[in-house]
Design a protein around this ligand. Structure first.
Ligand code: CU
Length: 155
């Protein structure tokens, strides 16, 4: 039985080992000391159909995948189960759209710092995943409102 489990594990790993995702220009919005949440952004391109299904970072207690949607003329964000990445089609995570939400921040993020992110992608066969490690650069942009994430909302 042990051999069978090992064979299955190897087979599973091999299936998605062929998949790759290019992550370009990852960055994180800088925070002020009292702020507990911020967004991470980047461009993704996969060489096969994949879904971004999870993210994590040592600087955040919780990381979720969010999207911004217009609701009653107000931009709101909500959690999504994942973002579909079509083969060869670039997808941009950007302010006002999809983002990786970093919550329960353990420290303020200052401009120029590097934030490690681990992204998990699922292949067409459910349950088969690959992970990608990236270093996102903290950028300080416009001053943030007290809600932190509110600074992402556009008029
Ligand atoms: Cu968010």
């Amino acid at each position: 039985m042990k051999h069978l489990a090992l064979a299955l594990a190897l087979f599973g790993a091999a299936t998605l080992a062929q998949a790759d995702v290019t992550v370009s220009d990852p960055w994180v919005r800088g925070t002020v000391p009292a702020q507990r949440a911020t967004g991470a952004f980047m461009r993704l391109q996969a060489d096969q159909d994949l879904r971004l299904v999870a993210a994590s970072s040592p600087v955040a207690g919780v990381a979720e995948i969010h999207e911004m949607v217009m609701q009653d003329n107000v931009m709101k964000m909500r959690r999504v189960d994942g973002i579909a990445l079509g083969k060869g089609k670039p997808l941009e995570l950007k302010p006002g759209g999809y983002h990786v939400m970093l919550m329960d921040l353990k420290q303020p993020l200052k401009a120029g710092e590097q934030v490690p992110l681990t992204l998990t992608f699922e292949g067409a066969a459910k349950g088969k995943t690959i992970t990608k490690q990236v270093q996102a650069t903290v950028q300080s942009l416009a001053p943030q409102g007290s809600q932190g994430h509110g600074a992402m909302m556009k008029h």
